[in-house]
Design a protein around this ligand. Structure first.
Ligand SMILES: N[C@@H](CCC(=O)N[C@@H](CS)C(=O)NCC(=O)O)C(=O)O
Length: 219
């Protein structure tokens, strides 16, 4: 899902790229060489130089290809700061502290992470109502996708798979109407369809990550 952020940014900008698949249970020496600190994907290799960490990569793409394609971040410093604030919220609060752990735990621990995720989604819903002039992200099309759209797509574009794994409704239209309509509209955009993995491919992949983590924590 972090790689999806980068792919989407490159597609929005119209930058051709080569995607190299990595087996995360058996990491290549190339990955360890390019990202020796975290040993994680994604890594963007540009002119032979590696850039790691998806949020860093997104800003790198925007700054490097400034005159190509639409800008991912706004020009105005205050508006940029707002986007960066929500970028960090997505990274930390909506994914690392909640959704990720909900996916790899069971029972009470999982319940706790799901509850926290719901609280964070409420904060996002309220925050975005204030962020967008009419309290709704519209219109959404391939010409005007921006950084927060990328994060929404990458985090919740495949929410149906996540709902199946957690056996819970996550993007509930009653509780989070803005987020629901935002994700639904984004999932109709051509470039988003290109990067969204098919349900039947993502489900076994996430289940294998889940089982791997459940086994290691039980050991
Ligand atoms: N903070 C990193 C997180 C990247 C990340 O969690 N990547 C996962 C795949 S989505 C990974 O490489 N996992 C392998 C591991 O943790 O060993 C980013 O934003 O790029």
């Amino acid at each position: 899902m972090h790689s999806k952020r980068v792919e989407l940014a490159l597609k929005i900008k119209g930058i051709p790229y080569e995607h190299v698949e990595e087996d995360l249970l058996n990491k290549s020496t190339l990955l360890l060489q390019y990202n020796p600190v975290y040993k994680k994907v994604p890594v963007l290799v540009h002119n032979g130089k590696p850039v790691a960490e998806s949020l860093v990569i997104l800003e790198y793409i925007d700054e490097t290809w400034k005159s190509i394609g639409p800008p991912l971040l706004p020009e105005d410093p205050f508006n940029r700061a707002q986007v960066r604030f929500w970028m960090n919220f997505f990274q930390q609060q909506l994914f690392e502290d909640t959704l990720f752990y909900a996916t790899i735990t069971d029972g009470e621990a999982q319940e706790k992470h799901i509850k926290e995720l719901f609280e964070k989604l409420k904060l996002l819903e309220e925050g975005m109502k204030g962020y967008f002039p009419n309290g709704i992200r519209t219109p959404v099309d391939s010409e005007n996708l921006r950084l927060l759209d990328i994060l929404v797509c990458a985090t919740f574009g495949s929410y149906k798979v996540q709902e199946e794994i957690l056996a819970k409704k996550i993007i509930d239209p009653e509780k989070y109407p803005l987020i629901f309509s935002w994700v639904t509209a984004l999932n109709e955009v051509a470039v988003v369809k290109e990067v969204n993995p098919p349900h039947e491919k993502l489900l076994p992949l996430l289940l294998s990550v889940r089982n791997h983590n459940l086994k290691s924590s039980a050991a």
